[in-house]
Design a protein around this ligand. Structure first.
Ligand SMILES: *Cc1c(COP(=O)(O)O)cnc(C)c1O
Length: 431
C-alpha cells in the first residue's frame, strides 16, 4: 500500500567525501546535535555527555513531533476503518513498512513484520519457525558474542523440544573464530543465530560469509541487527539473510517497536505465533480460523501505531544525514577514544577485533566498573556498566562487568576528550 505520508527529505549536506576520506570530515555534527533537545540538558550541574547509545539512542525532535502530531490529528485504529482518521493512520503505519523495506533493501514490504523490538522478533522466529522445524538431533549454532535475547529464547525452546545448541567461540580479540564456525557446521545444523555487531564488544561479524557457509549446509541464518542498523547500511539481499531483526530505540526511534525481516517463502510457510485480531482472515467456531497473509499473520492485536510511524521518521532522519556518513563519523570517535583510553595505566580494552563498530568496552585494574559508572555520572558522563546482557561472553573473558562507552552520530570529539578526562579523574579517586 504505497502512500505519500512520509516522503524522504533532501539530504541536508553532502555526504559523498566522508566515505572516501573520513579523517577530513565535513560531517556537521554541531548542526545535527540541534535536533536532539536532550543534549542541551545538564546532569549534576555538568553538560550531559551521553555515551550509552548501544543501550538506547536519543531521539531527534522530528521523531518526538510524530507523537503529538499523531495524537492531536489522526489517532485511530488501523486497517479496518473506513473513516478518514483510520485511513491516514493506516497510510502512515504502512508507510513505515515501505521505509523499512528500503532501509534493509528487502525484496517486498510484506517481508517486514513489526514487533516490539529485536527481542520479540527473535522470539517470533524461535516460536514460529523453530517450533515447527526443529527436532531432537537438530543443532542451532549461536555465537559466544550473543545478547541474551538471542540465547535465552533458543534455550527455552531447546528445553521443550530437545534440539542441541552449539556455541561458536571467539578469539582473544573478540572476533568470531571462523575456523571453529566452519567445523561446527554440519548437516545437523538447521539454523545459525548470530548478531551482526556485538553490543558488548563492538565486533562486526562477517555475516555475509557466515550466511554463505550456513546455506552450503542447508541451514538458515538469523541475524540480530540491533547494533548494526544504527551504524551501517544493511542490505539483507546482499547478505542473503533468512531473518534480520532490529529495534527502533537504537536507531533514533522510540521504544516499543522493532522489525523482523524474513524471506518470503519462509514467512509464508511459518505458522502464526500469537493469535488475535488483525492476523486472521476468517474466524468460525465450526469451520475453524483462517489466517491473514504476511505480514499481518504475524501482527496480532493493535500494534504500536504511533511508535511505528515514529520509527519511519527516525529512519528518514538517519537517511537525511547519510548512514555511511554516520558510520564514518562514529569510526573517528571510536578511533580517538580507543587511542586516548589506551594511554590510561591499567586499563584494558575488551574487544580489539579489526572490524569494530562504535563500542568501547574496558575494565580498569583495581577499580570496580560499577564505581566508575556511578562516579563518572557525577561528572555528567553517561556510560553503561555491567554485563551488557552478554554474561557468557564476559565470563569467557574472565570478568563479570565492563564499562562501555558507545557512540552515536551526535557525539563529538570534544565529548570524547571530556569523557577521557573524567575517566582519569574517577580512576584517581577509586584507586
Ligand atoms: C539491544 C540489543 C538486543 C535487544 O533489543 P531490544 O530492543 O531490547 O529487544 C538484542 N541484541 C543486541 C545485539 C542488542 O544490542
Amino acid at each position: 500500500m504505497p502512500h505519500s505520508v512520509i516522503e524522504p527529505t533532501p539530504r541536508s549536506f553532502q555526504t559523498g567525501p566522508l566515505q572516501t576520506s573520513p579523517a577530513q570530515t565535513t560531517f556537521d555534527v554541531m548542526r545535527l546535535r540541534q535536533d536532539f533537545p536532550v543534549l542541551a540538558r545538564e546532569v549534576h550541574g555538568k553538560p550531559l555527555i551521553y555515551l550509552d547509545n548501544a543501550a538506547t539512542s536519543q531521539t531527534p525532535q522530528q521523531v518526538i513531533d510524530v507523537f503529538s502530531d499523531y495524537f492531536s490529528r489522526y489517532n485511530a485504529n488501523i486497517h479496518r476503518g473506513l473513516h478518514t482518521l483510520a485511513d491516514e493512520a493506516t497510510a502512515a503505519f504502512e508507510g513505515t513498512r515501505h521505509r523499512v523495506k528500503a532501509f534493509l533493501n528487502a525484496e517486498d514490504a510484506r517481508q517486514i513484520i513489526f514487533t516490539r523490538g529485536t527481542t520479540e522478533a527473535i522470539n517470533l522466529v524461535v516460536h514460529s519457525w523453530g517450533r515447527k522445524n526443529l527436532a531432537p538431533g537438530d543443532e542451532v549454532l549461536i555465537s559466544m558474542l550473543e545478547h541474551h535475547s538471542n540465547i535465552v529464547p533458543w534455550q527455552l525452546l531447546a528445553a521443550e523440544i530437545g534440539f542441541t545448541i552449539k556455541v561458536i567461540p571467539v578469539e582473544a580479540n573478540g572476533a568470531l573464530d571462523m575456523a571453529a564456525y566452519r567445523s561446527l557446521l554440519s548437516e545437523r545444523t538447521k539454523l545459525v543465530a548470530v548478531n551482526h555487531v556485538s553490543n558488548a564488544l563492538g565486533t562486526i561479524n562477517p555475516v555475509q560469509e557466515m550466511a554463505t557457509l550456513a546455506h552450503q549446509q542447508g541451514a538458515l541464518i538469523l541475524i540480530d541487527g540491533a547494533q548494526a542498523a544504527p551504524h551501517q547500511v544493511v542490505d539483507v539481499q546482499a547478505i542473503d539473510a533468512d531473518f534480520y531483526a532490529f529495534s527502533g530505540h537504537k536507531v533514533y526511534g522510540p521504544t516499543g517497536v522493532g522489525t523482523l525481516y524474513g524471506k518470503q517463502a519462509l514467512l509464508e510457510a511459518m505458522p502464526p505465533w500469537q493469535g488475535g485480531g488483525e492476523m486472521i482472515s476468517t474466524v468460525s467456531f465450526d469451520a475453524g480460523t483462517t489466517f491473514a497473509a504476511i505480514p499481518h499473520k504475524f501482527e496480532a492485536g493493535t500494534p504500536a501505531i504511533a511508535e511505528v510511524i515514529a520509527l519511519g521518521r527516525a529512519l528518514e532522519w538517519m537517511e537525511s544525514i547519510g548512514i555511511d556518513a554516520i558510520g564514518a563519523w562514529e569510526g573517528q570517535l571510536l578511533d580517538h577514544a580507543t587511542q586516548a583510553v589506551g594511554q590510561i595505566d591499567g586499563l584494558r580494552i575488551l574487544g580489539t577485533a579489526p572490524d569494530k563498530a562504535a563500542v568501547l568496552s574496558f575494565i580498569v585494574e583495581g577499580a570496580h566498573s560499577q564505581d566508575i559508572g556511578l562516579l563518572i555520572d557525577q561528572l555528567g558522563v553517561a556510560i553503561r556498566t555491567g554485563h551488557h546482557c552478554a554474561q557468557p561472553l564476559l565470563h569467557h573473558f574472565g570478568v563479570d562487568a565492563t564499562c562501555r562507552a558507545s557512540f552515536a552520530a551526535y557525539n563529538t570529539l570534544e565529548e570524547v576528550d571530556r569523557f577521557v578526562e573524567a575517566l582519569q579523574r574517577v580512576i584517581g579517586m577509586v584507586r
